[in-house]
Design a protein around this ligand. Structure first.
Ligand code: DGJ
Length: 709
């Protein structure tokens, strides 16, 4: 909700208030925190003579911290002097060419003007029930071209320097591991230099201190940078936006430049801020058509066959998938060109008919089994050994006179070229039309190195690539509104709100080991809803780690996201298939709770166990999984509380073992939250002998039987 009272603009979310003051030539942040019911005395929040909390920062005045904005003028100088010229509640101008949050048309619009440079800076603040969005753009009203050298989307200044800075970092197979460090004087940075949001550093960032957490993210999939700087004046400045590394953008007279949208939520603690961010993404970022729409249980053959499959093999896996109750079969890598391994054919999106027996008829046969049909593509890539490369070497991203750097034997297409974008839209459309695919897994298996397009200025390349990608995704999602696109980038290398605007779910990680997935999924769930995280049960021993885990444990962990199976189901024993059938039936029964319920991380302070609790919105039902990392003989002390349940209700507590559900009794929500349920019975006698480096899990069900208000 937005309100204007005198010089103040009040932006209200359900649990927080953001208060802006616009006076004379300045606008500043007066308050951002727990919801205020009254503004009486707001003027007291400003100290006479002290600079307020800035909404952006420019170089060339008396502020020597890192600026959010740096513009190089035609004469080579770089000073700016943006002064407020209007402040009002207005219609929100959406960023051109970039995805953005939806659901609110109005914003507080602050317009600043640099009279010497004749440039306008516009900041727009929108309020949702869950938090806020900030979008910024520059308009060149002068007769000269200027160069934007940095332009952050969002600046958040706060009094105090006693914050911690939390980021979600990793690498292939170990994405979004949580790291927290204190912000000491100086800077902490969370950034990507890989061209995509990357496995290395997810754009999700938390700034916290006792009683306050600010959760920040960007609706962007390219190089990002969030930096927090604590300074000697006792303030902290956080800026988030496009990474200024290798970025510079010429803005000609009359042109506008839009920064990607920033989103920010507040909570009186991390749990609240993160819940608000998850809800903001579920409500205002994922495509409308998939908002709160249950995601299908899929079966993918990739880890079961890799490139070596035949039509018969695919059909036998699909048949088994239909028998166990799956809803969608996904034909992964290897169905096109002459793709027998990863050395060829990317770009040749034509049927490898000798292998598939014809994808159109294969899709029909699979549909005949009662399954939907999905297909894998990696549309942004090109193999040097491909018909496409031979016909159109100019489509490839490479620097004249240099050998391009292959990764996984592949190069990238130059998405800054309109012809290439048209080629991709055409190729993907043909595959969808030929097979009638209801689902596309959009993969992206490398980082950017040879950034060069003949008609693109060097500093603009990274961003123009992402604009090109968004143009392609807009065209395809508009053309095929009913197709479910799942994002993938060697697992979770491009898991960000930008991709989520087009693709309601993303493959969380190529690492399907249940043990490792606990940290990957709980890190991801800090800022992304469960319904966005692809989570599959794969074979044991695990392909990536060699760890062995029971089918039950693998299922329990995969229930933390959008459930799928990724193994050769046709090779499973009848007992295993029976167990999987029961798992899928159970998942469908609790799917809405597991995908859209409120998520609560469960965590042992001593790190011996971790897990999650998903509670239905009305808190009448919940599913919890706890995973114990190490079994110690005679250890009786492991106990878990289930924060998130309704303390005023009574719940029937059931434990799920194999396919059996065993009722433990009825308990008050209060006791379940504050008390501790022993986890010792979690270990089966056989576990330690059968499995190596296993994880032990137990799944609990809570069904409300009574409410005591
Ligand atoms: C990487 C993905 O993350 C995998 O799931 C699989 O689709 C392979 N690519 C196929 O090459």
């Amino acid at each position: 909700m937005l309100k204007n009272k005198g010089n103040y603009f009040i932006l209200s979310a359900d649990g927080s208030t953001l208060l802006l003051k616009a006076e004379g030539e300045r606008a500043e942040l007066v308050y951002f925190g727990e919801k205020l019911s009254s503004l009486a005395g707001a003027d007291l929040l400003a100290a006479a003579g002290e600079p307020g909390l800035g909404l952006f920062s420019q170089w060339g005045k008396t502020d020597f911290r890192e600026p959010s904005l740096l513009i190089r003028h035609a004469d080579g100088s770089a000073s700016s002097d943006f002064r407020l010229r209007s402040a009002r509640i207005a219609r929100r101008v959406l960023p051109e060419g970039l995805p953005a949050s939806y659901g609110e048309d109005r914003c507080v619009r602050l317009e600043f003007f640099d009279p010497a440079a004749r440039l306008a800076l516009i900041l727009q603040y929108a309020a949702y029930a869950e938090g806020f969005s900030v979008s910024a753009y520059l308009e060149n009203n002068s007769a000269e071209t200027v160069t934007i050298e940095r332009f952050a989307s969002l600046q958040l200044e706060l009094f105090g320097t006693d914050f911690s800075f939390t980021t979600f970092d990793g690498a292939w197979g170990s994405e979004r591991q949580r790291h927290t460090r204190p912000l000491v004087l100086g800077k902490c940075e969370n950034a990507s230099y890989a061209g995509s949001s990357s496995h290395f550093h997810n754009p999700l960032t938390l700034l916290s201190r006792t009683g306050e957490t600010y959760c920040v993210n960007l609706v962007y999939s390219g190089n990002h940078r969030t930096a927090a700087e604590a300074d000697c004046s006792g303030r902290t400045r956080l800026i988030a936006g496009i990474n200024p590394f290798s970025f510079s953008w010429k803005l000609s007279p009359g042109e506008k430049f839009f920064a990607p949208e920033g989103i920010v939520t507040f909570g009186a603690g991390e749990a609240d801020a993160c819940r608000n961010m998850r809800n903001l993404i579920a409500e205002h970022i994922v495509p409308k058509a998939w908002k709160m729409r249950e995601r299908p249980v899929l079966v993918n053959h990739w880890e079961g066959t890799y490139f070596s499959f035949t039509r018969e093999k695919i059909l036998s896996i699909a048949r088994a998938a239909a028998e166990v109750g799956a809803e969608l079969f996904v034909l992964d890598d290897g169905w096109f060109g002459r793709r027998d391994d990863d050395t060829s054919s990317l770009g040749d999106w034509t049927d490898y008919a000798e292998k598939t027996g014809g994808i159109a008829s294969l899709a029909e046969e699979i549909r005949g089994m009662g399954l939907k049909f999905g297909i894998w593509m990696e549309p942004e890539m090109i193999s040097p050994d491909s018909e496409l490369f031979r016909a159109h070497p100019e489509y490839c991203m490479r620097i004249p006179g240099r050998e391009p750097v292959p990764m996984r034997n592949q190069l990238m297409l130059d998405l800054t070229d309109r012809k290439v974008r048209e080629f991709i839209v055409g190729a993907v459309s043909r595959v969808i039309e030929e097979t009638g695919a209801e689902y596309v897994k959009w993969d992206y298996n490398r980082y950017m190195t040879d950034c060069f397009g003949p008609s693109v200025r060097g500093g603009e390349y990274f961003h123009r690539y992402i604009l090109g990608l968004y143009e392609i995704l807009s065209a395809l999602t508009e053309k095929f509104p009913d197709v479910l696109f799942e994002g993938c980038a060697s697992g979770g290398g491009r898991f960000d709100p930008g991709m989520l605007c087009f693709m309601p779910q993303i493959w969380t990680s190529d690492n399907t080991d249940a043990r490792e997935r606990v940290a990957i999924q709980s890190g991801t769930a800090c800022g992304y809803p469960q319904s966005t995280m692809g989570a599959h049960v794969s074979a044991s021993p695990n392909e990536q780690t060699g760890n062995r885990n029971s089918l039950e444990t693998r299922f329990h962990v995969a229930c933390g996201g959008v459930l799928g199976y990724e193994l050769d189901l046709s090779a499973c024993t009848p007992e295993e298939r029976e167990e999987i059938r029961a798992q899928i039936a159970f998942y469908k029964r609790y799917r809405s709770v597991l995908q859209f319920g409120e998520y609560f991380p469960l965590k042992d302070p001593a790190d011996k166990w971790a897990g999650y609790l998903s509670v239905s919105k009305d808190r009448s039902a919940a599913v919890a999984v706890v995973a114990v990392f190490e079994k110690r003989t005679s250890e009786a002390g492991l106990r878990a509380g289930f924060a998130g349940l309704d303390e005023k209700a009574l719940y029937r507590v059931t434990v799920r073992r194999g396919a059996k559900e065993e009722e433990l009794g009825t308990a008050s929500g209060e006791l379940l939250v504050k008390g501790k349920i022993p986890l010792c019975g979690i270990f089966a006698e056989t576990d330690e002998r059968e499995n190596s480096n296993p994880l032990y899990t137990r799944m609990y069900l809570f069904e409300r039987t009574e409410v005591r208000r």
